[in-house]
Design a protein around this ligand. Structure first.
Ligand SMILES: Cc1ncc(COP(=O)(O)O)c(C=O)c1O
Length: 304
């Protein structure tokens, strides 16, 4: 029996997703919201924090990072477990639920301009660290190799084992790009085609995702890695969040639904195969988003 919360991270279930072409192409989704912090970001944050603690670099300094929310929640949970001081910068328009959760874990928050997204939060932290470097330890998830290595060591092998080595395609959306880069570096050498997914324009509504052409490109991003790049319209992600709740019994976030939409669209183009994607988090932090009520609840079943 694990004695520490941190030891419960990873080994999330791979769920078979039923869809119209299931007889030819299987789709599996890693339910990353089974992690104790409720998202995929528990994995990289665990590796970044353990590396910091083991290296002795913390020395009583306050941990600080920029986050769209999920990384912050993972930091806040683990910093509470290990009693480490934490400050986070995030865009002011991050969902209320995220801010509430961070407050409950006791993290100090710096809210940055909603117009600048996570890029603004990143710039804020860089400024602060430049001015008061001795006070802070800045893991910098966008440039920290422990981010993608967490997926190389855990997400990739889990997908390989849970699919009995049958996976033919892996796809995932890009935020810091850690999930995609690390998992692809494990699966691609085994012959798995790896496709990255992006929002189709800079002004998208997919929390946690970046539009790489117009964003600050993370240092850990490897633009040459993907076998192909898929694009998803935010509206399709919103529709699939609603449809997944109604027809699959899955309350998933827009970014999970965007991965699901991309996987189903890809399945339509294949003769056979086994596509695996990730659902980074569930819908619990987005329940107050307007799209749930603005869209037609009588949306037709796109899966069966
Ligand atoms: C909801 C959500 N989806 C996807 C991602 C992207 O994951 P990664 O940073 O590994 O690219 C994030 C990252 O914060 C996220 O919060």
């Amino acid at each position: 029996m694990p004695h520490r919360l941190i030891d419960l991270i990873g080994n999330t279930p791979l769920l078979e997703i039923e869809h119209r072409n299931s007889s030819r192409v299987r789709i599996g989704a890693k339910l990353e919201y089974f992690n104790p912090g409720g998202s995929v970001k528990d994995r990289p944050v665990k590796r970044m924090l353990l590396a910091a603690m083991e290296s002795g670099a913390l020395q009583g300094r306050t941990i600080i990072d920029a986050t769209s929310g999920n990384t912050g929640i993972a930091y806040a949970m683990l910093c509470a477990e290990f009693r480490l001081p934490l400050e986070l910068a995030m865009p002011e328009n991050a969902s209320e639920e995220r801010k509430l959760i961070l407050n409950l874990y006791g993290a100090k928050m710096h809210l940055t301009s909603p117009m600048e997204g996570t890029d603004g939060a990143q710039r804020f932290v860089q400024d602060l660290v430049q001015k008061q470097g001795d006070r802070y330890f800045y893991p910098d998830q966008y440039n920290n190799d422990n981010n993608w290595k967490a997926h190389l060591e855990t997400t990739g092998p889990e997908i390989w084992e849970q699919s009995d080595g049958q996976v033919t395609h892996f796809l995932a959306g890009l935020g810091t790009s850690g999930t995609f880069v690390g998992t692809a570096r494990y699966l691609q050498p085994k012959g798995v085609k790896c496709l990255s997914v992006q929002p189709d324009n800079p002004l998208h509504g997919l929390e946690g995702w970046k539009h790489m052409e117009t964003a600050i490109v993370p240092g850990i991003y490897d633009a040459g890695l993907a076998d192909d790049v898929l694009e998803v319209d935010t509206e399709d992600a919103f529709r699939y969040s609603i449809a997944a709740a109604k027809y699959l019994g899955l309350l998933i976030s827009p970014s999970s639904a965007a991965n699901l939409f991309a996987a189903i669209r890809l399945a339509g183009t294949l003769e056979s195969g086994y596509i695996v994607t990730v659902f980074p988090d569930n819908a619990f932090k987005y329940l107050k988003d307007r799209f749930w009520s603005e869209h037609d609840y009588h949306i037709a079943d796109p899966f069966h």
